[in-house]
Design a protein around this ligand. Structure first.
Ligand code: DGL
Length: 268
């Protein structure tokens, strides 16, 4: 393992790109391998056994590269299968739930934190446990938003889009009525909805699990003197289903900063 080794990042689909973007924004010289398990998205409506099986296949694939860290860029995977990944791999493993929980626990002013996430993440109680670790008095109100991931995967994340705004109100009005001052986007697909959510609820403090995760990764790489200093960063993207569809979607979000080819691979 060296400074120029890859950071391996994975998610069920396009959502983990919000973490890649956050990493690239704060550490532009990093070499990154991304895997999006687009053949199996969404993870968040599946059983623990199935999610764990997919996650282990994702990590096994990433581990075929020279890695210096693995980033579980998926709250669902992090909530359900992180312990298993840590057991099996002798690599620094970073997630999204703990960094976002810490930030929300520290930043809430009235102690009422809303968490929106997939069914699997909400049912796991991972956010309740992690937020309580940092702020035992915080009240956590979680809501599963199963329609968000398919809408984001289908490009419905623009401000003014009546479909996404109607669905967002349906999920978020009850949280706002309960008085939350802080909202954790507990799914890496959801930062793509930031504009929509900020437009609807300008007073809410929004915490992105993707941004929080990238900051934690940077602190750790700095502490272990593993921040890359190469001039040309390499980025490679792999998906388990249609590469062209992924690329089109990814470019809407990442623009030119995608910075690498997208290749379809089979993990079977
Ligand atoms: N982006 C993922 C997350 O952070 C998973 C969404 C899904 O596949 O359901 O939870």
């Amino acid at each position: 393992m060296s400074k120029s080794s890859y950071i391996g990042v994975f998610d069920s689909g396009i959502g983990g790109l919000t973490v890649v973007k956050a990493i690239a924004d704060s550490m532009p010289n990093e070499n990154i391998i991304y895997f999006g398990d687009t053949a199996h998205v969404p993870y968040g409506t599946r059983s623990k056994r199935q999610i764990t099986e997919y996650v282990l296949a994702d990590v096994k694939f990433l581990n075929t590269f020279d890695l210096k860290a693995i980033v579980i860029a998926c709250n669902t995977a992090d909530s359900i299968a992180r312990a298993k990944v840590e057991d099996l791999y002798d690599l620094p493993i970073f997630g999204v739930v703990d960094p976002a929980s810490k930030r929300a626990a520290e930043q809430t002013r009235n102690g009422k934190i809303g968490v929106i996430a997939t069914n699997a993440t909400v049912n796991s109680g991972a956010y309740d446990t992690a937020i309580a670790k940092y702020n035992k008095d915080a009240q956590v109100i979680s809501v599963a938003c199963p329609l968000f991931v398919p809408l984001v995967e289908n490009g419905r994340f623009s401000k003014g889009d009546i479909v996404i705004e109607t669905v967002a109100r349906e999920y978020l009005d009850p949280l706002v009525e309960k008085g939350i001052d802080t909202l954790v986007l507990g799914c890496t697909h959801y930062p793509l909805l930031s504009d929509v959510i900020e437009g609807l609820y300008p007073d809410l403090q929004i915490i992105s699990s993707s941004g929080a995760a990238a900051d934690t990764l940077r602190q750790s790489l700095e502490a272990s003197e593993l921040v890359s200093d190469t001039d040309d960063s390499i980025r490679k993207y792999f998906v388990s289903d249609d590469a062209d569809g992924f690329k089109r979607q990814a470019q809407v979000f990442m623009g030119d900063t995608l910075g690498g080819d997208v290749t379809q691979v089979s993990l079977e």
